[in-house]
Design a binder for this molecule. Structure first.
Ligand code: ADP
Ligand code: MG
Length: 625
């Protein structure tokens, strides 16, 4: 076998395999080129999910007659000045896309540069034509026909027209979200899939996200505006209760380039890990701006990953920016929670009648939406650093509520019902607590409370879980250990032998976190002490969960992560489970605890801990307004 050079034809086809996977990749490359050209309007049209025809028109700088035959060659770009890979500001720079697309389709480039005439060139499965005069008013028109006609194997991997259209729409939406200063129109045949106008507003990216994907995003998000050491982080981060089933809703930009960077995604995950279950994901728009020399964007072929010179400090910055923003919004549950609650209410009508009350529900939901737009946030508990009168609300509560429901309620779970305050007693004017006064408990888990202007429904289990969790973390931060209580009889728990080893390897850390674990033969451990704050615990469930978690994450877990993980698991296994009766004082104490606990608007899994229904919405519901 003799060694020989590959033909440029073959090289282009191979390269196309990497860059051009499906019609959406073509749309991505060509739209990015249009964006780089300085266009203010981009019109994208596809036929049959892009398989037959893709057209991208822009009003950008265009390509000159001389450059037309060059741009479709491999490794030709106008975007890399002096071959400096550390100073890249455009989306493209590898000079690969047009050559690759031309190798696997019939590509026509028509372009008009400045005041010159328009010219066109064709590339047919890698065969380049002569240039010819053409007609075009401005910018560039790229047309791709019969994608993959020269590489039929690729065609087999394409999905249905609908799926391919979906991929294309996703890509264009993502690019539209990142480039709000450009108008985008996307059509498949004659159907308009996206039509967004250019905007230069400050929050343009978040606005685009609303227009393209989540109409209720901004009202359910906390603004981020963080600057440190020449790095700026701006955007919006969704409230934990506004979560999604996958990570598609995370829009991260580095120097205006959308990235899917592991480090950044990890930082976002870390910042939310306290408030979201593993399989739930936040909605995030974050734009990181950093000196070009501090970041290398030439790491990944499709350029979704970047490499920061100082990874740790970027990770920390993102983490703190998000935590800070969530902190400021810490006690609000997302507005959609109350809205959803109202819209799920069913009005009792006699079965034979038509339900004529449905419009009332819609109206009530509307009232809530309006209230949410303005007053909802302020009706909510102010966050720890919001000033409320003279003192911070948080401090005020910290001092006046020394009574502490968690230990007392746990230590005397069977305390008889004694309703200290009559249930009908009106709250007095001077104690208008944000979560109001408890009135009763329903279904042994839901506390109904009354404020001056609303009804609050609290999920006591979720609320208690959050409070125990925050208390444990606080105790640990203050004293570097969590006080324990000794068990009268140690609990013996059977585990896999490997899990016994893993657990014992961490026994020192676990001890600091309030769990005293000892070996008890090959396949069992003995638990002797548990965190006092947590009260009664389902110890076996807890230890199994922790062992599973440790097994999954191995040594990768930092102490901080272990702390959050273990505290979260303990809180979850030790909370006032639904089913425990509380008397009015215990309920009120729980409400006051919630008010003084950071992040009490959601439990550790991102579910809301309470819903507030404004009187206004309720009155609308009953047709009173
Ligand atoms: P890259 O984008 O990495 O530079 P491409 O193969 O995508 O490589 O494009 C090659 C060159 O063609 C670009 O550098 C640019 O000069 C020119 N070009 C491509 N598309 C356009 C466009 N829509 N408007 C103006 N110039 C373009
Ligand atoms: Mg390009």
């Amino acid at each position: 076998m003799s060694i020989r050079h590959l033909s440029s034809h073959t090289i282009n086809k191979i390269a196309a395999g990497e860059v051009i996977e499906r019609p959406a990749s073509v749309v991505k490359e060509l739209t990015e080129n249009a964006i780089d050209s300085g266009a203010t309007e981009i019109i994208i049209t596809t036929h049959q999910g892009g398989r037959n025809y893709i057209s991208i028109q822009d009003n950008g700088c265009g390509i000159s007659k001389e450059e037309l035959p060059i741009c479709i060659e491999r490794h030709t770009t106008s975007k890399l000045k002096d071959d400096n890979l550390f100073d890249i500001k455009s989306l493209g720079f590898r000079g690969e896309a047009l050559a690759s697309i031309g190798a696997v389709s019939r590509l026509t480039v028509t372009s008009r540069n400045k005041n010159n005439d328009a010219w066109a060139i064709d590339v047919n499965g890698g065969e380049v034509s002569e240039i010819r005069p053409a007609r075009l008013e401005k910018g560039t028109h790229m047309e791709v026909r019969d994608l993959f006609f020269s590489t039929p194997a690729r065609l087999k991997f394409l999905k249905t027209e609908r799926s391919e259209n979906q991929y294309i729409t996703d890509i264009v939406k993502r690019l539209a979200i990142t480039n709000p200063e450009i108008s985008f129109i996307l059509k498949n045949e004659n159907k308009t899939l996206l039509d967004v106008k250019a905007s230069s507003a400050e929050d343009a990216v978040a606005e685009r996200l609303q227009q393209c994907l989540y109409p209720d995003f901004i009202e359910n998000a906390a603004p981020v505006n963080h600057q440190l050491d020449g790095v700026s982080i701006k955007g919006y981060v969704g409230l934990p209760t506004y979560n999604k089933g996958n990570s598609q809703a995370q829009f991260l930009f580095v120097n205006n380039r959308p990235v899917k960077d592991k480090l950044l995604i990890g930082a976002v995950r870390g910042a939310y890990q306290d408030y979201l279950a593993r399989n739930r994901y936040p909605v995030v728009v974050l734009s990181i701006n950093i000196e070009a020399a501090e970041v290398d964007v030439n790491v990944h072929p499709t350029k979704a990953e970047v490499r920061f010179r100082d990874e740790q400090s970027i990770r920390r910055l993102v983490f703190h920016a998000i935590q800070g923003a969530l902190n400021n919004a810490s006690q609000s549950a997302s507005t959609t929670v109350a809205e959803e609650a109202i819209s799920r209410m069913q009005i009792n009508t006699i079965p034979t009648q038509n339900n004529t009350h449905q419009p009332l529900i819609a109206e009530a939901a509307q009232a809530l939406r309006e209230a949410n737009a303005g007053e909802y946030r302020s009706a909510n508990i102010p966050s720890a650093n919001t000033t409320y009168g003279r003192k911070s609300f948080y401090q005020q509560n910290q001092s006046s509520f020394s009574r502490n429901i968690i230990p007392s309620s746990v230590s005397s779970p069977e305390r008889p019902q004694d309703n200290g305050r009559s249930e009908n007693q009106e709250p007095t004017a001077n104690d208008d607590f944000a979560l109001g006064h408890a009135r009763c408990q329903l279904h042994e888990n839901y506390i109904i409370a009354q404020t001056n202007h609303s009804i609050v429904i609290v999920d006591q289990h979720a609320a208690h879980e959050r409070i125990v969790y925050e208390r444990m973390k606080q105790a640990y931060r203050k004293q570097q250990y969590i006080p324990t209580q000794q068990l009268l009889i140690p609990e013996i728990i059977a585990l896999e032998p490997s899990q016994v080893d893993i657990l014992l390897a961490k026994s020192d850390s676990l001890k600091e976190l309030g769990l005293v674990v000892e070996r008890f033969g090959e396949t069992e451990v003995a638990i002797r002490e548990t965190p006092a704050i947590a009260g009664e615990l389902d110890i076996a469930g807890l230890i199994k969960d922790i062992a599973n978690d440790l097994e999954e994450s191995g040594d990768a877990l930092s102490l901080q992560e272990l702390l959050e993980n273990v505290c979260g698991t303990i809180a979850c296994h030790g909370s006032v489970r639904s089913g425990r009766r509380l008397n009015i004082q215990e309920m009120d104490a729980l409400l006051r605890d919630m008010e003084s606990t950071p992040y009490s608007g959601q439990c550790n899994h991102g579910r809301p801990t309470y819903v507030e229904l404004s009187l206004d919405a309720i009155e609308k519901l009953f047709g009173r307004k």
